[in-house]
Design a binder for this molecule. Structure first.
Ligand SMILES: [Zn+2]
Length: 345
């Protein structure tokens, strides 16, 4: 089964839900649920650091655990920010500093939910400070949009909420241990550098596209070295989120259950990956010029299709969820998989 093929259908379904819920903004209950998710993910990453074989007897382990604990959690923004008249000049400067390109992508994505766009006051929905998430070294900011329908709803199954919101939170946490935010100490370890070059070559060698640009055929690949800044949090974050889902379900057999049997033909594990990919669903990336533009972009983010497929290829759980056979394109061998914080050699 191709989850990308089913994703737009789910999008419409989720947009329907949003309309029925009057597209309500994040409630206290929502926020408490997200805060719980943040703490579970923090614990999941804590365990990963403690299990990393090359860090086990080093004081760096303690320093990294401290750093993990010191990341403040911020869910959404303080209430005063929701009225732009109240913003200070420095807040306005901060929010206007984001990459315009990103917002136009998000805008297109929202526009694809036509029924949703008619329901919502467009300007309010697209205010820049409602979108995105980032790790600002001492704190993680989760903006407003990813905490809304159709991306998050406390009534959605855990597999959906953890697949989408959980993966984003874990991605942001992982920035602290990946280039360029990991402490300089990390690079003293040969094992850490080995992990980085594994990621570099996996993306540079496998995430390549045959494009026709101005009538000429050309082959372009992801810049694995430059983009590992975000490629690593994508993979490692999704792995931790999947572990949290298993923990929440309490029994791995539940991964195979249908959480919404009357509405959706997807199991929990399938829904996790569909939710995780939902944000990146973008038909423009099947156009060669757009793809080339994204590959040439000096920023650390790989094209959307890469952010979906590379994670699927790095996680055997994906092939398992969609009953892939060993020769399917999203299936890789264990030797091709990369681990930033491996538990054994
Ligand atoms: Zn990132």
């Amino acid at each position: 089964m191709n989850p990308l093929k089913f994703s737009p259908i789910f999008n419409i379904y989720a947009a329907d839900l949003a309309i029925r819920n009057e597209a309500q903004m994040t409630t206290v209950e929502d926020q408490l649920m997200i805060r719980d998710m943040i703490e579970l993910i923090r614990q999941g990453i804590r365990q990963k650091l403690m299990d990393t074989y090359w860090m086990k007897n080093s004081r760096d382990l303690l320093k990294n655990l401290d750093q993990l604990l010191m990341l403040f959690k911020i869910v959404g923004f303080s209430e005063h920010l929701f009225n732009t008249d109240n913003l200070t000049q420095s807040e306005l400067n901060h929010f206007s500093s984001f990459d315009e390109d990103y917002f136009s992508i998000v805008e297109r994505m929202i526009m694809s939910n036509l029924r949703l766009i008619f329901k919502l006051p467009r300007d309010a929905y697209l205010d820049s400070f409602m979108i995105n998430a980032f790790n600002a070294n001492t704190h993680i900011i989760l903006f407003f949009l990813p905490l809304q329908n159709p991306y998050f709803n406390r009534h959605f199954p855990d597999s959906y909420n953890i697949g989408f919101t959980g993966s984003i939170i874990a991605h942001e946490f992982f920035h602290s241990f990946a280039p360029n935010m990991a402490h300089d100490r990390f690079y003293q370890y040969a094992q850490y550098n080995k992990s980085l070059s594994c990621y570099d070559s996996f993306y540079s060698e496998n995430m390549c596209f045959n494009l026709t640009l101005g009538g000429n055929k050309t082959r372009m690949c992801v810049d694995g070295k430059n983009d590992m800044i975000d490629n690593i949090p994508d993979v490692e974050g999704t792995r931790v989120a999947f572990e949290i889902l298993k923990q929440k379900l309490g029994d791995d057999a539940k991964l195979k259950l249908l959480p919404l049997p009357d509405h959706l033909p997807f199991t929990n594990e399938q829904l996790f990956f569909i939710a995780r990919s939902q944000f990146w669903c973008d038909n423009d990336f099947f156009q060669d010029e757009t793809m080339a533009q994204s590959l040439r972009n000096p920023g650390p983010h790989s094209p959307h299709i890469v952010r979906v497929n590379a994670v699927a290829m790095q996680m055997s759980e994906f092939g398992e969820a969609f009953s892939c056979s060993p020769t399917d394109p999203m299936v890789t061998t264990e030797e091709e998989k990369c681990y930033l914080l491996p538990s054994d050699e």
